[in-house]
Write a protein that binds this ligand. Structure first.
Ligand SMILES: Cc1cc2nc3c(=O)[nH]c(=O)nc-3n(C[C@H](O)[C@H](O)[C@H](O)COP(=O)(O)OP(=O)(O)OC[C@H]3O[C@@H](n4cnc5c(N)ncnc54)[C@H](O)[C@@H]3O)c2cc1C
Length: 524
């Protein structure tokens, strides 16, 4: 009954369990997913040389018609299921250095690991710290999380994230406080869930998955100071002068990227957007004690927004109402030479809230400390890829987002998935064309999603209240299918061949990106 095929096994040291995923050459056997449990990893060593054994993964290639093997390993017939193991593809031999362990760097590392590449991360932070406040992942990011560790990572993120199933999003007019639109929250799709939670808490889950479960090497306290490449390899220079090389280097070093400057020669020249955000995260103790605000923390999670002239105030309660978070976007006339993020003053917030629904001040006055975060514009980069196409940018270093897009972290994740697929499909010999293909797949989509940050902000800050009275949905937070229903992995697999061949044909100048040069448009 078994024909020629391949089985990839991932060994989980914590459970001493090997999970396998079958790939066979004949359709009648594709729904046979062999699954085996093993009490001791060492019991497999005598299968060598058919077995490639690392500390975390076993990759086994064998002929499924081997009767001795089927009698030794309890192969069972399972229903057809997508490959969900942490390492569903065989090793490609492609080595990658990633600079930065934010969501872009970690997702890129995890996805590259899943697609069979060998990755190492270098991060300047010496320890993992719970930094930041609220961060959003749309369904297009949730779809990526849902594929990790057979849904276990998504389950962990769920317990830390806001649950608005019953409450929805209540949008108020800033002065009267009336709810002008009650936007329902769509039911969670388990294959593409939405997550909103504390950046530090969600980041810790992803970080620990990469480091502890997948065994990805993450070097903390290692600031990257330089980059180099030639036609055959790329590398980094660390603060102490140590050098590391690989087939490619991925710069995931955030909004103030050094890679962007060193590799592509673009200086970080932020321009004032005219806006800034005050933001805060704090426990619910004082909110519960005040009868004016206790309702937000007593019956589960809540999400409310107050929309005013050139200002909007968003307030949410999270983890069954135990944590509170608000973000207030307002006009800001200060220059960009000042620090982009520094402590804010409550007195300044109160001035902006004069004449507003008094509940807004009742919430804000419970805040122990807040951050003042400048929203600056940056010109979009004409390319994210170095001259020899062995160094590339992902996430904020390539394309920062305005918070009103609620897509910055999710687009960073889509980058990671896309480069992982491109590298696997291209193979080690096609690495440079894969890097150029990655950019071509991602560039226009990212630009289009970036622009939604401005359109949503303008929709709220220049509200036509007569129009809202006639059509309350006109003030809703947009959840467009072309953004949220996107499956980055499926898309990359589908378009890869067509785009890749443009960079591999003999007639092409392979150093020339195919992208049109755009005029500068605003990003965060
Ligand atoms: C401390 C912090 C707090 C944040 N808080 C929020 C928030 O509350 N809400 C929100 O929506 N977004 C927040 N963001 C931004 C958000 O995480 C990103 O917009 C989004 O997730 C895309 O992530 P990224 O990985 O591209 O960039 P980042 O998340 O910025 O990650 C970049 C990483 O690269 C590292 N790095 C930078 N330079 C070097 C170097 N030379 N060598 C080695 N490592 C380097 C940084 O230490 C950082 O860990 C925060 C980012 C940071 C770093």
């Amino acid at each position: 009954m078994f024909k020629e095929g391949r089985v990839d096994l991932t060994f989980h040291p914590s459970t001493e369990q090997a999970v396998s995923h079958g790939h066979t050459s004949t359709p009648e056997t594709t729904d046979l997913v062999p699954r085996l449990k093993t009490p001791h990893l060492s019991s497999f060593k005598n299968i060598s040389p058919l077995l490639h054994l690392t500390t975390t993964s076993l990759h086994l290639t064998f002929n499924l018609s081997t009767s001795s093997l089927t009698s030794t390993l309890p192969l069972v017939t399972m229903p057809s299921m997508p490959s969900k193991s942490s390492h569903p593809h065989s090793p490609t031999g492609i080595s990658i250095l990633i600079v930065g362990a934010g969501f872009a760097g970690l997702t890129t590392a995890i996805e590259c690991h899943r697609h069979g590449h060998f990755v190492r991360i270098y991060e300047s932070f010496p320890t993992l710290k719970s930094l930041g406040d609220i961060i959003s992942f749309g369904a297009n990011g949730g779809r990526i999380f849902a594929r990790w560790s057979e849904g276990a990572i998504a389950a962990k993120l769920r317990s830390l994230s806001i649950d608005l199933t019953g409450y929805g999003f209540r949008i108020h007019k800033y002065d009267t406080g009336e709810v002008v639109y009650h936007q329902p929250t769509p039911l969670q799709n388990p294959e593409a869930p939405v997550f909103n939670g504390h950046r530090g808490e969600l980041h810790q889950v992803v970080f620990e998955y990469a480091r502890d479960e997948l065994g990805i090497e993450i070097n903390l306290g290692r600031r990257v100071e330089g980059y180099f490449e030639d036609g055959d390899k790329a590398g980094i220079v660390l603060g102490d002068g140590e050098r590391a090389t690989a087939d490619i280097v991925i710069g995931a070093d955030g909004v103030r990227s050094k890679a962007r400057q060193l590799v592509l020669g673009f200086e970080d020249k932020p321009k004032s957007s005219g806006y800034a955000v005050w933001r805060a995260w704090f426990p619910n103790t004082d909110m519960i004690a005040d009868p004016r605000t206790s309702e937000f923390c007593s019956n589960g999670d809540t999400f409310n927004g107050w929309i005013g002239p050139d200002v909007h105030f968003l307030f949410s309660t999270i983890k069954n109402g135990s944590d509170c978070c608000w973000v207030l976007t307002h006009r800001d006339e200060h220059g960009t030479d000042e620090s982009w993020s520094f402590p804010g003053k409550l007195e300044d917030v109160y001035k902006v809230l004069e004449g507003w629904d008094p509940i807004c001040k009742a919430i804000v006055e419970k805040t122990p400390s807040l951050v003042d975060w400048k929203l600056v514009y940056r010109d979009p980069l004409p390319t994210w890829v170095s001259k020899h196409a062995r160094i590339l940018l992902v996430g904020d270093s390539a394309h920062p987002f305005l918070p009103t897009s609620a897509q910055g972290a999710t687009q960073a994740m889509e980058d990671g998935v896309t480069i992982a697929v491109c590298l696997r499909r291209a193979g080690k010999e096609g690495v440079q064309a894969a890097v150029r293909t990655y950019q071509e797949i991602r560039y226009d989509r990212v630009r289009a999603v970036q622009k939604t940050g401005e359109t949503t902000r303008d929709r709220w800050h220049k509200t036509d209240w007569e129009k809202v009275a006639k059509d309350p949905t006109s003030i809703a937070f947009p959840r467009e299918d072309w953004i949220h229903q996107h499956d980055a992995q499926k898309h990359a697999e589908e378009v890869f061949d067509e785009i890749f061949k443009r960079f591999t044909g003999p007639e092409k100048d392979k150093n020339e990106p195919l992208l049109p040069r755009e005029e500068p448009v605003a990003v965060a």
